[in-house]
Each structure stands twice: as structure tokens, then as C-alpha cells.
Design a binder for this molecule. Structure first.
Ligand code: AHG
Ligand code: MN
Ligand code: MN
Length: 334
């Protein structure tokens, strides 16, 4: 039984000039995950369910657990000194850590609680994180450019899924590895080393209630998923939880595609490039899959603002390529 801490130290040699800082940083994320996990498990017993009555900068209602998770992750990341700043879905602006060590070079971008509308109904939620090296000089306050880096610059990314068991899944560019928490010990053990997504899957995940607002390419793809063709295992199976982390995790293990496209009312889609799409894109590529905005690789997109939204197509390589071909074919007429 290998613990997360042991595994990270064992793999530390994979980083050129490793100083142990990234190891410390992942340790901070592990700690905050345990604290949030404990609180989520008590939901229903303590007063942590429901809305705060406040909206975040993106006009979404903030849940009490959104803010709780945001504070716990921020505090854990600040405490050890390796991180000089964070950007969070729940913060209007990026946060600079004054107490960071003068040589600290990492910034963290996060969705502290993903799928928060599912908290009240005891359905899995998650945390998503993305780590970059700052581009501004060490020892100075962080600047916006430190956070607006394309996804291919990520040093590490991952998520925690607070599900029927709690797991932490991460990549540092050497495959995707999953750790399951033993709740009696509060220890994450390696349970899924080198996770790979099948090139073809039979699951498609999309909020089909928005069908009439989808681009034609997506509508055509959904009809393709529903056609009867035993040779290609169609019709596929529809599965949509409404927590990106949970939908992603299932598709990663079983093969499938997750789509949150542009819609007539939300032309840029719903998901956030920096906190949701880039980290998931890094993970899916490391697992052998693909992530796109329908036309371009997600990790090549140059972000222009912190809370930027982007259409998202992510999952098994052949499935993403099939829908991309349909997007290309029909986009000219729209
Ligand atoms: P968040 O809770 O961080 O705001 O994210 C919710 C996201 C994502 O987790 C999920 O896949 C999607 O929103 C669901 O959106 P719809 O309810 O529009 O399907
Ligand atoms: Mn989210
Ligand atoms: Mn969130």
C-alpha cells in the first residue's frame, strides 16, 4: 500500500531541479481535501447546506460549501509558502500571498467546489486545481499574466472527487494517477496508477435539456450517438450528473465524451477555461484522450481574462474527433 505522500516523493526525480516544493504544494492540496471532505460528509447534520445569499463575480449563487472550500484551500496553500498567489472561481480577482517565501514560484488556479448545486441532494461534488510556474520575477507581487497562461504551461493539475469514496487524481505530465482515501485513517492510498481512457467509449454526457440551443454540429452528433448501429456499439448510453468532476471521472474510467457546448443564450458555453477546462484537458491528454473547444485544442488557447468561459468537448479520442468533424462541417452555415 503506497500513500500519496510516498508516491509523490518517489516520483520527485521526474522534475528537473526538483527542490521538493511541488511535493509540499501537493501536500497542501491533500490536507485541504481532507478538511473539505470531512465537512461534506457532515452535510445534512450541520448548517453547511444551502446558499449564502451572495453571488460570485460570474453572477452565480454561492453556496456555503463553495465559500468554505475556497477558504480551506486558500489557507492550506498559503500556509506552506510555496505558492505566491491563487485565482479561484469564487474570488473576483486573483489573490497575492504576502507571506509567500521570496523564492516561491507557483501559482494555483482552482474551482474549490465543483457541482455545488448537487450538495443539497447528496450527489458527488469535487475540487479542481491547476498549477503553473509564475512568469513574473520571484520576490515581487504576482500579476495577472502569471494566471493567464495557456494550459500547455501547466506543471500539474488534478481533482478531488467527494463521492461514494473520496479520491484525489492528479498529473504532473507523467501519466494520471488516482488515490483513494481510507476514511478510517484519513490517508490517500494509490489505487489507480497510470489511468488510461479507452480510445472509444459508449457514454455521452451533456445537458440535453438545452438541445434546441445547441450548434448544429452538436445536434448532429447527438443524433449519431442515438442511432442504432451494433457494429459501433450504438446507441451510446447517456449519463449526466451535472458535476463536471464526477462526469469526467466516470468517463475517464469507462470511456466516453463530456460536452458543454456554446448555446444560443451562452455563446461561450458555461465552463471556465482556467479553473475547469485546462486542468481537465491536461488530465485527459495525459490519459490518452482529447480536449477541444469544438475546433481547437483547449490547452493551446491563450486566455484573455480570469473567469473566461469556453465550449468544452472532452474524453475518448475518437469520440472527440467525430464531434469535431461535425462541428467543422456545419459551423460554416451558422
Ligand atoms: P460549479 O458548481 O463549479 O459552478 O460548476 C458547475 C458546472 C459543472 O460542474 C457541471 O458540469 C455544469 O456546471 C452543469 O451545468 P448545467 O446545470 O448547466 O448542466
Ligand atoms: Mn465547476
Ligand atoms: Mn465551483
Amino acid at each position: 500500500m503506497i500513500t500519496l505522500g510516498e508516491y509523490i516523493i518517489e516520483k520527485q526525480h521526474q522534475f528537473p531541479n526538483a527542490t521538493g516544493e511541488l511535493t509540499q504544494l501537493l501536500g497542501a492540496i491533500r490536507l485541504a481535501a481532507k478538511v473539505v471532505n470531512r465537512e461534506i460528509n457532515k452535510a445534512g447534520l450541520v448548517d453547511i447546506i444551502g446558499a449564502t445569499g451572495v453571488e460570485n463575480v460570474q453572477g452565480e449563487v454561492q453556496q456555503k460549501l463553495d465559500l468554505y472550500a475556497n477558504e480551506k484551500f486558500k489557507a492550506a496553500l498559503e500556509a506552506r509558502g510555496e505558492v505566491c498567489g491563487v485565482a479561484s472561481e469564487e474570488e473576483d480577482e486573483f489573490v497575492s500571498f504576502d507571506s509567500a517565501r521570496s523564492d516561491s514560484k507557483y501559482v494555483v488556479l482552482m474551482d474549490p467546489l465543483d457541482g455545488s448545486s448537487n450538495i443539497d441532494v447528496n450527489v458527488s461534488v469535487g475540487t479542481i486545481f491547476s498549477i503553473y510556474r509564475r512568469v513574473s520575477p520571484c520576490g515581487t507581487p504576482v500579476v495577472l499574466e502569471d494566471f493567464l497562461q495557456p494550459g500547455h504551461c501547466q506543471v500539474a493539475a488534478g481533482y478531488v472527487i467527494y463521492g461514494s469514496s473520496t479520491m484525489l487524481v492528479y498529473t504532473t505530465g507523467h501519466g494520471v494517477h488516482g488515490f483513494t482515501c481510507d476514511p478510517s485513517l484519513g490517508v490517500f492510498y494509490l489505487s489507480h496508477e497510470n489511468m488510461r481512457i479507452p480510445d472509444d467509449g459508449v457514454i455521452y454526457s451533456i445537458n440535453e435539456g438545452n438541445y434546441l440551443k445547441f450548434p448544429t454540429g452538436v445536434k448532429k452528433y447527438l443524433k449519431y450517438c442515438q442511432e442504432i448501429d451494433p457494429a459501433s456499439n450504438r446507441p451510446y448510453t447517456s449519463r449526466y450528473i451535472g458535476s463536471l468532476v464526477s462526469d469526467f471521472h466516470r468517463n475517464l474510467l469507462k470511456g466516453g465524451i463530456y460536452i458543454y457546448p456554446s448555446t444560443a443564450s451562452a455563446p461561450k458555453g458555461k465552463l471556465r477555461l482556467l479553473y475547469e477546462c485546462n486542468p481537465m484537458a491536461y488530465l485527459i491528454e495525459q490519459a490518452g484522450g482529447k480536449a477541444s473547444d469544438g475546433f481547437n485544442r483547449i490547452m493551446d488557447i491563450q486566455p484573455t481574462e480570469l473567469h473566461q468561459r469556453i465550449p468544452f468537448f472532452c474524453g475518448s479520442q475518437n469520440m472527440v474527433e467525430t464531434v469535431e468533424a461535425m462541428m467543422r462541417e456545419y459551423s460554416a452555415n451558422e
